[in-house]
Design a protein. Structure first.
Length: 517
């Protein structure tokens, strides 16, 4: 005889008599606060996440924000950091991330009150190519805790926007989420993302007052947490003073760890001569990567320059990244694999620019990153790699988005020439070029510059033109309002890639390319 239904009926009656919630009495239905585990496709299952009790949570109060953009929490020092570089790997591919505090603030209405937030741009590159972009918003409560007010996410695939999954913003229906308590203690539980069915994370503090090896020496006062995700998996994270989020994952698997941060790891004085020699060697490798006959010679010079820089002292994660990519380049050269050699050379150039943050301002390094992407663009046009060209344009767009305010305010002493523009005497091309000034700078106006004739082997500079406003809806962010012209480009006649448009024609030495939808 099946007595199961009878036992359940008796249990329900007893629960009703003693006033206990049915879930606590073994009711088969999920509790009211059940957050469903999602499967690999993102669909909810019948299983509930193992959530902590409310008594363990430290994020259930209502925060107040009198001075929200002064974020001084030592484990999430958002206001003090200009840029942080992360490195590691995902799925066996090299991962590199640029996290930059943006100029200005964003006001977000929350529970009937406007809260001013700090804006942070997150740009992740997988195997040197743009992979994910997010604009994050943070604010510090009056008790010193830091709260997450949302993120605008764009995921890329083959240079194009794949989706915007993970985008959310706090509001009347969506709570802001504590991302760091004022004084975290072992056992504290909080939810850095708390919009179930969109984004969700639950964090438990496992260890405090930990010592970790940082880019510039030992760091005390770090904490270790365990993060529960919507798919039911857990991930370890470390937060450290002076950096905030310090590492996620492990070296044996997927990893995203701090390489260096500015100004935390800035060093006094000018860069040693060894860094200048490395820059030259990296530039030679980048230029020769597609030439199997020449690249072997420049790789040898790069090895010598890198060995010299390592004697000066390099942050450990940055050193691991650079050595990994140099080893990859060496293997590719030995196997005469030009495509892999070019990819490794690009990552090496990115790594070298990261090291400049030890001695240079973020804006100066970002201007050099713009120049690097402008050099990569004709390489990808010549290779007829439409996806890479779209990715180059998107990367230029993101770097320019954060660099433009600093560039417009920065001029060479005694000159009215902004530092980012190459003087006309260093350009070539014969006919005049036209530069359109940004709309935000006032009425649209143009200037025309007559360039010197190109020397043998040189060609007119690549014009990087991003179309607006049509590009906005495809790139999911305001496109770059200007185009860059950084010296003569060898080997490419002309290219005018149009970002974010379907059916654009890209003019290159191998003929016109048409972007696929």
């Amino acid at each position: 005889m099946n007595t199961g239904p009878v036992r359940r009926l008796v249990a329900m009656v007893l629960c009703a008599v003693v006033g206990v919630a049915p879930a606590a009495c073994g009711n088969d239905s999920a509790p009211a606060d059940c957050i469903r585990v999602v499967d690999e496709s993102g669909d909810p299952t019948d299983e509930c996440l193992p959530l902590a009790s409310d008594t363990a949570r430290v994020d259930l109060g209502t925060p107040t924000f009198a001075a929200p953009t002064s974020i001084t929490n030592r484990l999430h020092p958002t206001s003090a950091l200009a840029q942080t570089i992360y490195g590691g790997q995902v799925g066996g591919e090299p991962l590199r991330t640029e996290v930059t505090r943006m100029p200005g603030t964003k006001t977000i209405p929350w529970r009937g009150t406007p809260v001013e937030t700090v804006i942070v741009q997150y740009v992740a590159y997988l195997d040197g190519r743009i992979h994910e972009v997010a604009i994050d918003w943070f604010a510090q409560a009056d008790d010193g805790s830091v709260w997450y007010f949302g993120e605008d996410v764009v995921n890329f695939e083959n240079g194009s926007v794949a989706d915007t999954e993970g985008t959310w913003m706090a509001g009347d229906q969506t709570p802001a989420a504590m991302i760091m308590p004022a004084q975290p203690r072992v056992g504290d539980v909080y939810r850095p993302e708390n919009a179930p069915e969109v984004v969700f994370e639950q964090v438990r503090v496992e260890k405090v007052d930990q010592d970790v090896a940082g880019p510039s020496g030992n760091i005390g006062g770090a904490i270790q947490v365990s993060e529960l995700h919507m798919d039911g998996t857990r991930e370890g994270k470390i937060f450290a003073p002076g950096y905030g989020e310090f590492s996620t994952g492990s070296r044996a698997g997927d990893l995203e760890a701090v390489s260096l941060a500015s100004p935390t790891d800035m060093r006094p004085g000018p860069a040693p001569a060894e860094f200048g020699a490395l820059s030259i060697a990296v530039g030679d490798v980048f230029a020769a990567a597609a030439d199997p006959e020449r690249v072997g010679q420049v790789v040898t010079a790069l090895d010598h320059a890198w060995d010299s820089v390592r004697t000066v002292g390099i942050p450990s994660q940055a050193e691991l990244q650079m050595q990994r990519d140099i080893d990859t380049l060496t293997r590719a050269v030995g196997e005469r694999d030009s495509r892999s050699a070019q990819s490794a050379a690009q990552r090496i150039a990115q790594n070298e620019l990261d090291l400049r943050l030890l001695y240079r301002r973020v804006v100066d390094v970002d201007v050099a990153r713009l120049a690097l992407w402008a050099r990569q663009l004709p390489v990808d046009v010549a290779a007829a790699d439409t996806g890479a060209v779209r990715g180059d344009a998107a990367a230029l767009d993101r770097v320019w988005e954060r660099t433009r305010p600093g560039v417009e305010d920065t001029e060479d002493p005694g000159s009215r020439t902004p530092r980012m523009w190459t003087p006309p005497s260093r350009r070539c091309g014969g006919r005049p070029t036209t530069k359109t000034f940004p709309r935000s700078a006032g009425p649209r106006r143009t200037s025309r510059t007559r360039l010197r004739d190109c020397a043998p082997g040189e060609h007119r500079p690549i014009r990087v033109a991003l179309i607006r406003p049509a590009a906005s809806k495809h790139l999911h962010a305001p496109p770059m309002d200007d185009w860059l012209s950084r010296g003569c480009v060898r080997g490419v006649q002309q290219a005018a890639p149009l970002a974010g448009r379907r059916g654009n024609r890209l003019s290159g030495p191998k003929g016109d390319l048409r972007e696929s939808s």
